[in-house]
Design a protein around this ligand. Sequence first.
Ligand SMILES: [Zn+2]
Length: 376
Amino acid sequence: MTERLYYNDSYLTEFRARVIESSPDLRRVYLDRTAFYPTSGGQPFDIGTLGGVRVSEVVDEDTRVAHILDEPLSEAEISGVIDWQRRFDHMQQHTGQHLLSAVLIGLFDATTVSFHLGAESSNIEVSRVLEPEQIRQAEQRANQIVYENRPVDVSFRDSSEDLGLRKPTDREGVIRIVSIQDLDRSACGGTHVRATGEIGSLLIRKQERIRGNLRIEFLCGMRAVKRARADFEALSAIGRSFSSTLDETPALVAAQLEKFQESDRARRRLSTELAQARGRELYTQTTPGPDGVRRIQQRVETLSDDVRAEAQSFTAGEKSIFVALAANPPSVLLAASTDSGINAKEALIKAGARGGGTPAMAQGRLNSTEDFSLPE
Ligand SMILES: [Zn+2]
C-alpha cells in the first residue's frame, strides 16, 4: 500500500521514499510513499523525477500508485521531485471546479455530474440547461468567493457520520473531505489550493448541450489570464482590420457582412444580366449554317451559372444550338432551341456524356472534351 503524501500536503514538492517493487525492466516503480498524484477523479497525473529519472505517467492501482519512468531506476532509496508548475495549475483548476459546482448548485440547483480537467481547459457537466444570464451570475459569484479568500480545508471523517456533502458518496470507512468555508463539502481525493484566492480568476467560456445536460468550459488562474490575453489579441486584430474599437467590432462585423451579402447578390444579378446580353449578341453575330441553324461552340473553365445564362439567352433566338465544353471537370453543356431539330438531352447522351437535363438544355461529364463533336 502506497502512502499518499499529497493527501495531507498538496504543497509538498520534494520527498524521500523507498522502492518497494519494480517491473522487470525497472521502469514501473512502486514506492512506500509518494507525493506524485495519479490520474483519478478527473484530475490528471503529476510529472517530475524519481532519483533523477523522468516520471512520464502515474497510475492509480487502487491501494498502490505506479510510477512510469522514461528510463530504468535501480536505486532502492530515492528522492522525488514534483513538477510544481503543472501540479499547481491542476490544483487551481480542481479547486475552481469545487467552487463553480458549489455556486451552480447554490444559485440554480444545477448538479455537477462530471468533471474533466484538460490540457487547455476544463469542463463540468451539469444536470440542467442554464441561460447566458445565469452563467454570468455564476461566474461573478465564483469570483467574489475567490476574492474573499476563503480557507479550503482537508479533513478525514467516518462515512457513518452526517457529513453534509454536496454530493453523496458510497465510499465506506474513512473519507477525505475537502471544504470551502461556508460553501462546500465534498468527498475528494484530489489536490487543492489552501484558500480560494489561490484559484485566481475563474473564467467561464463556451457551453454545449449534451444529452439534456449542459457542458460548461472554464479556466482558472494563469489559464484564464492567458486565454483573456489571446482573446484580446484576436479581437484587436479584427478591430484593426475594421478600424474600430473592440467594443464596436461585433456590430461593425455584422453590418459589414450584411453589406457584403447585399453586394454579392447585386454582383450575381449583374453577372447574369451580362451573360444574357453576351448570349444575345453572340446570336446576332453568328452566321446561320446552310440549314438555317446558328451553331456556337465555346471552351470554358467550368460550367457556371453564367455559362447557363448565356446558353439560355443564345437559344432564346430561333434555330440555335449552343455548346460549352468545360475543362474542369471535363464536361459539356448543350442547349438547343425547339426548332433546332435536336433534343439537347438525347443528343448529350448520344454524344457519350453522362448526365441529364431537358430537351432545351442538358449537361454531363465527359472522359475528355477533345473528341466531342457538335451534333448535326
Ligand atoms: Zn477535489
